[in-house]
Structures are given as C-alpha cells and as structure tokens.
Design a protein around this ligand. Structure first.
Ligand code: AMP
Length: 265
C-alpha cells in the first residue's frame, strides 16, 4: 500500500517526542516541497535495549501541533503492521554500520536502514531531511540511497542546541537537573576539542573532558574522518568529534565538526 500524497513530497522521519530540533528539519523540508510528511514511528527493529525502547517518550497530540505549526502538511503515525505487513527484508548497513554506534548498539543501523527504506517506499518522497546530530545514521542513509540508486535527495540539517549548548533530544526530558548539568559537559568537551591546535591535542581534550563528566558512562569519544569514519590521523582534513554514552540510563549522542583541524565540506 502506498499513501496517496500530492507531490513533490519532503519526508521528515522521526520517532516522536518532537522538539525544536525536529521542527528545524520540518522548516527545511517546507522550503523544499509544498507537501511535508512528518512520520512518527518508534521502530522496534533499531532498539537493541528493550528498556530504551519501552521508555521512549511519547506525546502524539503535542507532536502533531508542533509539526503543523512549522509547516507539516501530513503527520503520519503508522502502525507496526503498516510498516511491516510481512517479515521485512533487512537492509545491511555494512562495515561502517558496525563501527561506533554499531559496536554498542548491535544491529541498530540495519534496523534504521530497514525502516527508512520502508518509509521511502510508502511515501515516495523527492526529498528526505535528516539531522547531523545522528551523524553516522545520516552517513549510512546517504550511502544506502546511493547504493540502491533511489531517486531521493537526502538533505542534512545542523544540530539544534539549547542555550547551554546541550543538543536537543527527545530523551533529554528523562534527565534530572543534575543529569542535565552532566549532559552539558558533552558539549563542553566537544568545544574544548575544537579549540585545540592539532588532532592529538584535540583527542586529549575530548577524552579528558568526557572522562571528567560526573555520572557519564561513555560508549565512545573519538575523532574521525567524517568522509570515511576512520579514526582521524594527523593529516586528516575533515575531522569530526563523535561522542555517545549513558547518564543514569538515558542514552545521549552528539558530534561536532572540528573547524580548526581541517576544512569540512
Ligand atoms: P529521532 O526522532 O530522534 O529519530 O530524530 C528524527 C530526526 O531528527 C533525525 O534525523 C535526527 O537526526 C533529527 N534530530 C534529532 N535531534 C536533533 C537536533 N537537536 N537537531 C537537529 N536534528 C535533530
């Protein structure tokens, strides 16, 4: 079954609990196409941790309002059966899918690509907008679109932060005041790395900054070549710092281009 949509369509896939970060994607989508479809689907295939899945925040009425107020023409909240009427064909995220997030969330990106492909099949969008906040996800979606030759333009959107620098996330509402203070430490560590004069110094600043955050259990904190996901070497041109981990059972992820260490495209 395909949705009957007027084209061109720009699709903004989300898992709901919308915030200003999602709204920024919807605004970008609205500039690309008159018809903006915002999907809200918490995809079980991409959760390797059942607590994280069952605790995922839900606020569908508020989400619908937040999406519509910035230009969504259709807020689509599909059921599990609509997305997966049959056993889905799992799309493999390949080797890069097994790095960083993939080490700590085994099978996560296969689940992400599988649902994104289904969302694409059901909406046939001309454009789809994804956030840089989930940088490895964005990278793998662009890779999938290229490899499968899908006629969809993938647009990347910058990370929206609150006034403290904390990257907006649906999971932030589960942070206590002191957890939130810790979470801001992730942004500070990324900024500190970005102020370093070279890659080695940046790595030290990043790792030390992350290591000093109270209650933060990092999964990884690394400098990478953003075009390959290889660990950055002294001569890497396009360097990005990537971080993820847990604060009191809440998983947080962030990244930042290292503007002083190379020129990012
Ligand atoms: P999610 O609902 O967490 O699956 O996110 C849906 C989309 O919103 C993804 O493309 C995310 O990368 C993007 N997104 C989430 N948080 C932010 C943010 N703070 N700034 C920009 N985009 C975001």
């Amino acid at each position: 079954m395909n949705l009957k949509l007027e084209h061109p369509v720009a699709l903004v896939p989300t898992m709901g609990a919308l915030h200003a970060g999602h709204q920024s994607l919807i605004k970008i989508a609205k500039e690309l196409a008159k018809n903006v479809v915002v999907s809200i689907f918490v995809n079980p295939l991409q959760f390797e941790n059942t607590n994280d899945f069952s605790n995922y925040p839900k606020s569908l009425d508020a989400d619908t309002k937040l999406a519509q107020e910035v230009g969504a023409t259709f807020v689509w909240i599909p059921t599990f059966e609509e997305i997966y009427p049959n056993e889905p064909t799992i799309i493999s995220a390949g080797e890069i899918g097994n790095l960083f997030e993939g080490v700590h969330r085994f099978g996560h990106f296969d689940g992400v690509l599988t649902v994104v492909k289904r969302l694409f099949d059901l909406t046939n969008p001309e454009f789809a907008v994804f956030g840089e906040k989930d940088f490895q996800q964005l990278f793998l979606i662009k890779d999938m679109v290229e490899k499968l030759g899908l006629p969809i333009k993938i647009i990347s959107a910058p990370t929206i932060r609150d006034s403290s620098g904390l990257a907006m996330s649906s999971r932030n509402i589960r942070l206590s005041a002191s957890d939130r203070e810790s979470a801001i430490g992730i942004y500070r560590a990324l900024e500190a790395a970005n102020s370093a004069p070279n890659i080695e110094a940046a790595r030290v600043k990043l790792v030390n900054g992350i290591g000093a955050i109270p209650n933060f259990m990092p999964d990884y904190a690394e400098l990478i070549d953003e075009n390959t996901f290889e660990v950055a070497k002294p001569d890497t041109a396009n360097v990005r710092a990537i971080v993820a981990g847990w604060i009191n059972g809440v998983r947080l992820i962030d990244n930042m281009v290292m503007t002083k260490l190379g020129v990012s495209k």
